[in-house]
Design a protein around this ligand. Structure first.
Ligand code: GLU
Length: 297
């Protein structure tokens, strides 16, 4: 099946080089685009500047190129797109969907404690709505961040690999941050604005990002944007069963044998073994891609 308008992307954060886990998402998004006769873009998500490593963006692009994965259109850097995030935030404020928040992390913990809401370890605190306009807003305190209002109720969505998913944003996340206290744009807003601006129809990314999807769908709704279809790919785990990530010291992908790196990524995606040369292996996996024609959205 061919989607004339299929547009997909790989959107790495330049917080370090690609590793075996991020290559799985890169390869899967590329194969899904190719299998649907679509366009594949690379977008550098460098809004969280304190976490970005200088030079990692170009290093990642070099790693991708060594693997034969090259953006079909000029690469886009989120750091150059602040005015677009500003326009979206202004619209959400004007619509009454976004409000300023003065709470520090400590304030939020204290409010949750006072309300008898205990927070599970490893779970981000659910914002208790302290600065909601209907609860008195900032009450003279200084605005730190901007949040999006969410309402109770299940938000249901379909993942092409994981099947039906749902989340009650109000109960599990709370009103979430669009612009952080340090003035930086939140990932959720930047990703939604850019997916729409780039006409992305299919998001293919790692499963660790799946629980961001309801927040992004809520934002798409508020901004009047169509929802892309989603496919979240399996994660690569280390010997202890932990997800491979830059934070836990995953090895940078070695550039000396890109075919071997791709073969390992293809195995995670349960694709058949394929020998070189590189472009033939990529063609074999494109033909074998199991998610063809399941791209509804
Ligand atoms: N920049 C995000 C990351 O590297 C991925 C964003 C996305 O694919 O939606 O984790």
């Amino acid at each position: 099946m061919s989607f004339l308008s299929y547009r997909g992307r790989f959107a790495p954060s330049p917080t370090g080089p690609l590793h075996a886990g991020s290559l799985v998402a890169a390869l899967a998004s590329w194969l899904d685009a190719r299998a649907h006769g679509g366009t594949w873009l690379v977008r550098i998500e460098d809004v969280d500047t304190p976490r970005c490593v200088p030079g990692a963006d170009h290093f990642i692009l070099g790693q991708l190129a060594a693997c034969g994965l090259v953006s079909d259109e000029p690469v886009c850097w989120q750091s150059a797109r602040g005015e677009h995030y500003e326009t979206a935030l202004d619209r959400l404020i004007a619509q009454g969907d976004a409000y300023p928040c003065a709470c520090s992390r400590k304030d939020i913990e204290a409010a949750l404690l006072a309300a008898g809401r205990h927070r599970e370890r490893h779970h981000a605190a659910v914002y208790p709505g302290t600065c909601r306009p209907e609860r008195g807003g900032l009450r003279g305190r200084e605005a730190r961040a901007w949040r999006l209002k969410v309402s109770p109720g299940m938000l249901a969505w379909q993942d092409r690999r994981l099947g039906p998913q749902q989340q009650d944003l109000a109960a599990e996340v709370g009103d979430f941050v669009l612009r952080r206290a340090d003035g930086l744009w939140a990932y959720q807003l930047a990703v939604v604005v850019d997916d729409a601006a780039q006409g992305i129809t299919h998001v293919v990314r790692g499963e660790d990002l799946a629980d961001n999807t309801p927040r992004q769908i809520r934002l798409q709704q508020a901004l009047g944007q169509p929802a892309p279809s989603y496919l979240h790919t399996p994660l690569v785990r280390d010997a202890n069963g932990e997800k491979l990530s830059k934070q836990n010291g995953a090895q940078a992908l070695a550039l000396d044998d890109p075919l071997a790196a791709l073969q390992a990524a293809a195995a995670v995606l349960e694709l058949p073994a394929a020998a070189g040369p590189l472009h033939e292996a990529l063609a074999t996996w494109t033909r074998a891609w199991p998610w063809r024609g399941m791209a509804g959205g």
